[in-house]
Structures are given as C-alpha cells and as structure tokens.
Design a protein around this ligand. Sequence first.
Ligand code: IDP
Ligand code: MG
Length: 144
Amino acid sequence: MALERTLSIMKPGAIRNRLTGTILQRFEQAGLVLVGSRVVHLTKEQAEGFYEEHRGKPFFESLVKFMTSDTILIEVFEAEDAIASYRKVIGNTDPDIAAPGTIRADFAKSKQENVVHGSDSPASAAREIAYFFNDDEIFSPVKS
Ligand code: IDP
Ligand code: MG
C-alpha cells in the first residue's frame, strides 16, 4: 500500500473546548503523520463548496451554519492507508453508532456536531486537500 494523504478538519467546538491536542494525539498514535495545518474560519461560500456533494440534503443548510459558527483546524495527514486509518480513528458519522473509543463516540454532541471531518476516498482526499492547501504548504518529513 502506497503512502496516502487525507484531509482532516477539527470542526467548530474542537478549539473552543480545548480538544485539539487530545484529538491530534489519537491520530499520531494511529501512525498518521502531520504534513499540513491551518486555523480557518470558513465563509458560507467556502463551507458550501466544501460540502458540495451534500447540497440539497435536509441537513445541508444547518451543516453550513454549524461549520461557519467558529474557527476550525484543517490538517493534512500522511501514512500508508491514511484515509481508512483516519476514518477508523474517528468512527461512524453518528456518535450513537460510532464504536467505543473512537473520537466521535467520545466527543461528538450529535450526528451534525461530530467533532471531525475525514476524506472518504482518494478522489475526495485529492479534491479536499487542494480546496484548502497549495502544494508548497504541505511538507512530508525527511526520511532518515
Ligand atoms: P462523514 O463526515 O462521516 O463523511 P457525511 O455523510 O459525508 O459524513 O456527512 C458530512 C457531514 O454532514 C457529517 O460529518 C455531519 O456533520 C453532517 N451530517 C451528515 N448526515 C447528517 C444528518 O443526518 N443529520 C445532521 N447532520 C448530518
Ligand atoms: Mg463525508
């Protein structure tokens, strides 16, 4: 399995509730390596564009409102099988279904306010990483 990158968002609430360190530690313990990071406060247009695939769904407007309600931490992680590894650590979208010990099971308030985002495929990872980062803002660690 080749090296893969995935886009991570610590959603509104994570920074306010001082959870970023705890969450980052779980990703690092799962072998995910941080290669890009930025604090952002999304505009309505940015949030709508990011969640384009969900436009028209019943939760779309409320999701955009939530995602623009506070600052977020956007990160890129790199590892072998990064996309699946990351999604295993965050758990199911719905915290009531998420496996015990996953980030969403432990910290999510609801299916909407579920603490973290993670890309769900190589195609969405490529799109989502390019949505927020230029190539020169991502740095793989130097191999020794
Ligand atoms: P994912 O984040 O686990 O990939 P998606 O189905 O891609 O889940 O949905 C994107 C985001 O939209 C979710 O993380 C969650 O914040 C929100 N969302 C998804 N389904 C619902 C719902 O049924 N009610 C409220 N919010 C939802
Ligand atoms: Mg998704």
